[in-house]
Design a protein around this ligand. Structure first.
Ligand SMILES: [Zn+2]
Length: 487
């Protein structure tokens, strides 16, 4: 009886502690009815400059040397013509031919500079889909309250918004306290090897370290998480890595009439099945944990309780997130077997079988570590495996969700998109931003536009467009960002 009483009172204390911390936990609440900043009428010439920017088919090909750089030259010349005051005020350095580095000199060059960045290459339009566009993809048409075309959302609009903002301030004779760099890559969509990588080296060689870097890679977006009514301003504070692994298994050749128990192809199949059934453990990285805490107020009591008592409920939360393939990618290094090759004829035993595993790495994991993990699994199956890493990009460092730049972002998001919940998040794809950790610890990814989830997904698809209001907000955001940075 005595022990039952003790057990009951312990249980009571446990429940009380969980409930108290749940009630003390005050996550932010969104206000979906709050109206965003209204930029009013945008002058026609302002829209015209974005329209014109969209007309240059700056498509970078996978084989960089095969790229047609004529539209890139034309685009650079267009910028100089469209933004004369910007070009008079800033110096321009072309790094590796086509990466653009503009410097707006500030009053105190002893302060660490700030970098605003984007890219001016765009993805091609998939063959056969041209007719599905309401307005041609390189028209920059202004219709239905939108500007249409490749690069409106990804992401020439960020470049022209920077320049509109800077020129507005320059006309007021404003000079920033610290240097502002405006940096534009030419090959982000194909990996940034010739643009952002080289630009990061350029800064590193000159000993230039940045107070902050702000790139694309997040929006204020509604409907992105099921069950969350509030709009979320997602600020990318880290990026997953990626790598393609070529796994090779050798086998005995010969006639298929007298096969061994397992052919090379059979062994590859066994290995792939084992890799799929033995994922790396799930983990909560800092941006995902912060996102959970920030959206918990929008969720039901049980979720709120679980997040408020994360230490107790972490295994449960990870289990729930792992159960859905979208949220699973947020908490795990994922493996996807995407290609395989073996054999030359139906009656010949293959001497070799190869498979490609596409891996997306969580911050904290490494390309080398995953190689070792595949070898370990093969070892368990007693398979002699050769692993070759074809392309690889380590996961990024995680930027802190604090400091001057992050605070400035939060303040401006509150000002321009009131009622929106700001939060760090983990970027699943890749951007140029990751290359700048070499010269900066505070690298963020956010485009100041308010989009729906579907709208966001037009970025690499059909009918890419941006609303005129969003473009106006982006310009206003960058004006406020630059003018208030050091006040
Ligand atoms: Zn982009």
């Amino acid at each position: 009886m005595f022990f039952i009483l003790i057990a009951l009172s312990l249980l009571f204390c446990f429940i009380a502690a969980v409930l108290i911390s749940t009630f003390l936990f005050r996550p932010p609440r969104g206000r979906p009815d709050a109206a965003p900043y209204d930029p009013g009428d945008i002058p026609e010439e302002v829209l015209g400059r974005l329209t014109k920017a969209v007309t240059f088919p700056t498509i970078c090909t996978q084989d960089y040397t095969g790229t047609d750089f004529a539209p890139f030259e034309d685009f650079i010349a267009f910028l100089a013509e469209a933004y004369p005051l910007f070009h008079q005020t800033c110096s321009l350095e072309r790094v590796n031919g086509y990466a653009l580095v503009y410097r707006w000199k500030g009053m105190d060059t002893s302060l660490r500079p700030m970098m605003l960045t984007a890219h001016y290459d765009v993805v091609p339009v998939e063959e056969g889909t041209e007719a599905e566009w309401k307005y041609p993809p390189f028209s920059g048409a202004v219709a239905e309250g939108r500007i249409w075309g490749r690069g409106t959302l990804d992401i020439k609009s960020q470049i022209t918004a920077h320049m509109e903002a800077a020129e507005t301030l320059m006309r007021r004779n404003f000079v920033p306290k610290r240097d502002f760099y405006f940096v534009y890559g030419q090959d982000e969509e194909t990996g940034g090897r010739n643009g952002a990588y080289k630009t990061a080296d350029y800064f590193a060689e000159r000993g230039i370290h940045f107070e902050g870097v702000l790139d694309e890679g997040g929006f204020a977006v509604s409907g992105v998480i099921k069950g969350v009514a509030a709009t979320l301003a997602l600020i990318g504070t880290a990026e997953k890595g990626f790598a393609n692994y070529e796994l090779t298994l050798e086998g005995e050749g010969g006639h298929s009439s007298m096969p061994p128990a397992h052919t090379a192809l059979g062994n590859a199949a066994r290995l792939i099945a084992a890799i799929e059934s033995l994922p790396l453990p799930s983990r909560l990285t800092a941006p995902v944990l912060r996102l959970l805490r920030n959206i918990a107020g929008e969720m039901g009591f049980v979720t709120r309780m679980a997040v408020a008592n994360i230490r107790i409920f972490k295994p449960l939360i990870l289990k729930i997130l792992s159960a859905n393939y979208i949220t699973n990618a947020m908490v795990r290094t994922t493996f996807a077997a995407t290609m395989a090759r073996a054999g030359s004829a139906a009656n010949v035993l293959p001497q070799k079988a190869q498979a490609i595993i596409n891996v997306r790495l969580l911050p904290g994991d490494s390309v080398e570590g995953v190689s070792a993990y595949f070898k370990k699994i093969a070892g368990k199956l007693k398979l002699p495996l050769t692993v070759r890493v074809l392309t690889a990009e380590e996961p990024s460092q995680v930027s802190p969700a604090e400091g001057t730049v992050y605070r400035r972002l939060i303040t401006l998001i509150d000002e321009i998109f009131p009622g929106v919940i700001s939060s760090p998040y983990l970027v699943m794809g890749g951007t140029d931003a990751r290359k700048y950790y070499k010269v900066c610890d505070h690298v963020y990814r956010f485009t100041p536009m308010l989009v729906t989830n579907e709208e966001k997904d037009t970025a690499h698809s059909t009918n890419e467009s941006v609303t005129v209001a969003n473009y106006g907000r982006a310009i206003h955001f960058f004006i406020r960002f630059i003018e208030g940075f050091d006040t």
